[in-house]
Every structure is written in structure tokens, then in C-alpha cells.
Design a protein around this ligand. Structure first.
Ligand code: UGA
Length: 433
């Protein structure tokens, strides 16, 4: 199939590259010429394990190319994927400006009947709106069919998830369109769920909202465990063995971040509100998460009697989770400005997110890509991201390098028995201190 993918963000790029890897001829279109220039040379614009090799391989085989000109990528395509961002608007709803612009670009450039596939996470009803928008604006006598094909990739393991996903959801407006999409995706060898368009749109939001709910639930249990002397890890293990509950997404911490859960939970609350439905459960999930993101600060302030003025603080991890350089909605963006405001001198470590962090956190704090550098002479350490370098550290490093080995661990990186042996002062989430 000849496929065009509009948008080379994390979803669009991984989708385009994966489709080229399974044999389709793919043109990825992005309005940013500097991105296109880098990608055309085989240099990824996002950090994603395994992606660079696939980009280079498929550019080499002629299956993959990049352009910033719609007229070069669209007229030939049989299927066009829209994979542009749907950022959060101030009122919590999804901003559809980029999706609508993509629709107008498609209308202006297509010369044959095509299928438009929406990958972007969009509110229920958007697929039909976009199809109508294209059909209204197309200058030729061509018609488009629409299909919803939401993605379930996690940042940091997007390539792995694409080739070993749990399911591919296809919501199509008719059986023929659904079957074409199923054929396109067949080489992924993943169970395909064919459904109607509105249900497909809803599956995406419901899945993210449910996963966010699991996280907020276990975080509330963690907070209860702290008051009751239980250990949330033991509780999660005991719960997760029940196959109806499952072990995944029951890791307590300082809340979910990233470009998806915060945005999609807010959008679903908003969508429900538009349909006169108060989604109270999801509102609570969001509230629990907001509180959880500042939990470590409360622990720090209570340990230091509300005074951290002039203290040197090692912050370990800036990204919202390991294996990504993405800081969007990271607890680091909530905790670090607060530490600075309270007069602490922050030195932040991250193996790959430092450049991105500088753009958002500025020069008021120090940065390092060397874990030990951050610890040197620190009064206390705050762990925000469970990077493997941090998890596998020998705990003696804290007493060796820090002024005082006081560690606030927002990700439960260490075994409590090891902590005891290392004689560090250690505070984690939902486990006995
Ligand atoms: C999430 C979903 O997992 C994907 O299925 C979905 O496709 C994607 O959003 C999206 O909509 O694009 P992602 O945001 O990349 O993927 O990251 P996750 O691995 O799901 O983690 C999200 C946040 O939850 C992270 O901050 C992580 O630290 C936190 N988390 C996750 C926990 O606190 N506890 C857990 O047990 C799991």
C-alpha cells in the first residue's frame, strides 16, 4: 500500500516507520522542515529505543521517506494517517486545530478516493467531523472514507509495543474500509478488534482512563498503608495475582505524568460533561494524582521542619518515566520549582532529558548527566524517575558522596532490607520508613 502519515511526533513517526518495516511504502509529512531534514538523514527526533535502526533500514530500502510538502506526499497515497497532536485546551478539552488543519491539507491535495485513518487521540464524533470537513473542501470529485485506529504505545517502548501489541483497534465506517485496514495491519500479527468508529474512539479514552484509575487507586492504597503500617508492594503483589485485577499498573509512586494520561483523563471528564454526565470517579482519579505529585514535598518539609533554605538537593530523574527524554507533566516540573522557591540549591540528574529540561526549568538549577556528580555533598536526595542507573546503584554511594544520606524515593527503587543494611535515612511511598 502507498501510505502517507501526517505528523512525525512520537505517534506519527513510530507508526510511519513501523508501517514501512512491514512492507508498505510510506511518506511521513511534517510541517517542520528541520525535523524532516534530520529524519531524512536517519536521525530520530525523539528518543525511542530501536527506532533509529528501523528509520535507517527503511530509508535505505526505499520504503520510507520524509517531506514537509503535502503536495509531494498526498496525491499518490491510497491511505492517509493523521497523527498530529491534540493538546489540552485551557478548559481541559482536546484541541483539534492540528487535526482540522491536516484535514484541510488532505482536501487540498488528494487526487483519488482515499481512506483517512485517524491515529490521534480524538473525542468521540471527531472522525465523522473530519471526514465531512475533507469531503466539503476537496477540490476534486474524490471522496474519502474514514477509520479510527487509536494507538496504545507507551513512550520508551513504542517500537516493542508496535510489534508485540495486545490488540489493534479498527473502527471503520463500512466493512470494506475495515477490511482494508485489517489487511494493512495483518503483518503485525496482533489480534484485530473491528468495531464502529465511535466505539473505537471511546476505547482509546476508556483504556487510558482505566490505567490512570489503577495508578491513582494504588497510590491511595499506598497512602493508607503508610498510616496503617502496611507495605503497598506486598499489597499490590497480593492483589495482582488475582487475574481479574492483574499485576500491571499497580506500582505506587508520585503519580502519573506524560503526554497522555493527564490530557486524556481531563478530556474524558470534559467530554462526559458535554453529554451532561458528571464523571465523578475520573475527577477523583485526577485529584488523587495532583496530590500525589506533591507528596514528596510534604515528606521533605515535615522532615526538615519546613526549612530547606540553602540546602543542596540532588534530584534524580527529570523525565516523566525512564527511557524517554519527555518531561511533559513530569512530577519534576511540580517539585523542582517548589524546592527552588523554598530556597534550596537543586542539582538535577537525568541521563537523557537534560536538554529538554533546560528549556522548561531554566538556569536556576544545576544539571548533570552523571548520577554521582549530583549526589556530591547533597543534604538530601529526591528520586523522581526510576532510571535503571538509579535503581541498580550500590546504596553505599549515598553515604559515601552525600553530606548526609537522606533519600526521599518517589518510585520505591530500593529493597527495604538493602536500605537497612546501607544505613541511609530513607522515605519511600506506601512502605514503612
Ligand atoms: C500511556 C499508555 O500506557 C499507552 O497505552 C498509551 O498509548 C499512551 O499513554 C498514549 O495514550 O499515547 P505512556 O504515557 O507512554 O503510555 O506511559 P506509561 O508507561 O503508561 O506511564 C504513564 C505514567 O504512569 C508514568 O508517569 C508512569 O510513571 C506512571 N505509572 C505507570 C505509575 O505511576 N505506576 C504504574 O504502575 C504504571
Amino acid at each position: 500500500m502507498k501510505i502517507a502519515v501526517i505528523g512525525t511526533g512520537y505517534v506519527g513517526l513510530v507508526t510511519g516507520v513501523a508501517l514501512s518495516e512491514i512492507g508498505h511504502v510510506v511518506t511521513c509529512i511534517d510541517v517542520d522542515p528541520s525535523k524532516v531534514e534530520r529524519l531524512s538523514k536517519g536521525i530520530p527526533t525523539i528518543y525511542e529505543p530501536g527506532l533509529e535502526e528501523l528509520i535507517k533500514k527503511n530509508i535505505g530500502s526505499g520504503n520510507l521517506r520524509f517531506t514537509s510538502e503535502h503536495q509531494k506526499g498526498l496525491p499518490d497515497a491510497e491511505v492517509v494517517y493523521i497523527a498530529v497532536g491534540t493538546p489540552q485546551r485551557a478548559d481541559g478539552a482536546a484541541n483539534l486545530d492540528y487535526v482540522e488543519q491536516a484535514a484541510l491539507d488532505i482536501a487540498a491535495n488528494i487526487k483519488r478516493d482515499i481512506i483517512v485513518v485517524i491515529k490521534s487521540t480524538v473525542p468521540v464524533g471527531t472522525n465523522f467531523h473530519i471526514r465531512n470537513l475533507i469531503n466539503q473542501h476537496t477540490m476534486n470529485s474524490v471522496r474519502v472514507k474514514i477509520a479510527s485506529n487509536p494507538e496504545f504505545l507507551r513512550e520508551g517502548s513504542a517500537v516493542e509495543d508496535t510489534f508485540h501489541g495486545d490488540r489493534i483497534v479498527i473502527g471503520a465506517e463500512d466493512a470494506e474500509t475495515g477490511e482494508i485496514l485489517a489487511q494493512i495491519n495483518k503483518p503485525f500479527n496482533t489480534p484485530i478488534v473491528k468495531t464502529d468508529i465511535s466505539s473505537a474512539e471511546m476505547i482509546k479514552y476508556s483504556s487510558n482512563a482505566f490505567l490512570a484509575t489503577k495508578i491513582s487507586f494504588i497510590n491511595e492504597i499506598a497512602n493508607l498503608c503508610e498510616s496503617m503500617g502496611a507495605n503497598v508492594e506486598e499489597v499490590a503483589k497480593g492483589m495482582g495475582l488475582d487475574h481479574r485485577i492483574g499485576p500491571d499498573f499497580l506500582k505506587a509512586g508520585i503519580g502519573y505524568g506524560g503526554s497522555c494520561f493527564p490530557k486524556d483523563t481531563n478530556a474524558l471528564v470534559q467530554l462526559a460533561g458535554n453529554a451532561n454526565h458528571e464523571f465523578n470517579l475520573l475527577k477523583s482519579v485526577i485529584e488523587v494524582n495532583n496530590n500525589q505529585q506533591v507528596l514528596l514535598l510534604h515528606k521533605i518539609l515535615s522532615r526538615f521542619g519546613d526549612d530547606i533554605q540553602g540546602k543542596r538537593v540532588a534530584v534524580l530523574g527529570l523525565a516523566f518515566k525512564p527511557n524517554t527524554d519527555d518531561l511533559r507533566e513530569s512530577p519534576a516540573l511540580v517539585i523542582i520549582p517548589k524546592l527552588v522557591e523554598l530556597g534550596a540549591n537543586v542539582i538535577a540528574y537525568d541521563p537523557i532529558a537534560v536538554n529538554n529540561a533546560k528549556k522548561q526549568l531554566g538556569t536556576e538549577i544545576g544539571y548533570t548527566e552523571d548520577f554521582t556528580e549530583a549526589l556530591k555533598n547533597a543534604d538530601f536526595t529526591v528520586i523522581i524517575t526510576d532510571w535503571s542507573e538509579v535503581k541498580k546503584a550500590n546504596l553505599s554511594i549515598y553515604s559515601q558522596l552525600m553530606k548526609e544520606p537522606i533519600v526521599f524515593d518517589g518510585r520505591n527503587c530500593y529493597d527495604l532490607n538493602e536500605v537497612k543494611k546501607a544505613t541511609i535515612e530513607y522515605y519511600s511511598i506506601g512502605r514503612p520508613d
